[in-house]
Design a protein around this ligand. Structure first.
Ligand code: VGL
Ligand code: ZN
Length: 202
């Protein structure tokens, strides 16, 4: 379908088995994601891409632990283990991911003081990545999401896509969740309420 694009979110080594922020079940979705890539004419990848010492890393703060929360100028921010540092193996795509067809790679999280779960708008909710303009310029009206992590970057991106006026779907079995404090279940409800179509790989 010419008006449709698949957006593969953050399929990077640090989110996979052996990575610093490994998402349970991440490796198992690689074949499903590849199968989806095979079915779409238009494929876009996102890549979490933090400078060393990024403010979302617990290691950047005194007396802070990963998965704790601190107050940032833009509101509460979860702290993470160091992950997806620009240019490292951890930030590279999983070697089994079929990246050949990717037409565009959007990097996010490169501002030292701002995290970015969404591929559209950073966590300050103001700084834009430009993806919205790109997708509209390409004429896409429907976006389908898969990848990592369902309860963070996938769901935030899907909700922002919906708000930007796209028809949006998420292929659930081609995602995996970090699941901090029931975040997976909460996000499922939120996506349904936003009118996002939840499906499984065909
Ligand atoms: C992500 C936490 C921190 C994600 C990225 O890709 O879901 N989660 N950075
Ligand atoms: Zn990150």
């Amino acid at each position: 379908m010419p008006n449709e694009a698949l957006i593969v979110v953050d399929m990077q080594n640090d989110f996979c088995e052996g990575g610093t922020l490994a998402v349970p079940g991440a490796n198992a979705i690689v074949p499903l994601v590849n199968r989806l890539i095979g079915r779409y004419d238009n494929v876009i990848l996102t890549q979490d891409w933090h400078p060393a010492g990024h403010a979302s890393f617990a290691s950047s703060w005194k007396d802070a632990e990963p998965y704790g929360t601190v107050q940032f100028p833009y509101g509460p921010q979860t702290l993470w283990p160091d992950h997806c540092v620009q240019g490292t193996v951890g930030a590279a795509f999983h070697p089994g991911l079929d990246t050949t067809k990717a037409q565009m790679i959007v990097r996010k999280g490169f501002h030292t003081g701002i995290d970015s779960y969404s591929a559209f708008r950073e966590n300050d909710r103001m700084t834009r990545t430009g993806l919205d303009g790109y997708l509209k310029a390409r004429g896409f009206t429907r976006l389908v999401f898969c990848g990592l992590a369902f309860d963070y970057c996938v769901s935030w991106s899907a909700i922002d896509a919906r708000q930007a006026g796209f028809n949006v779907g998420v292929v659930l079995d081609a995602t995996a969740s970090i699941d901090v404090d029931g975040s997976r279940k909460r996000k499922l409800t939120e996506l349904r309420q936003a009118g996002i179509n939840l499906s499984e790989t065909p």
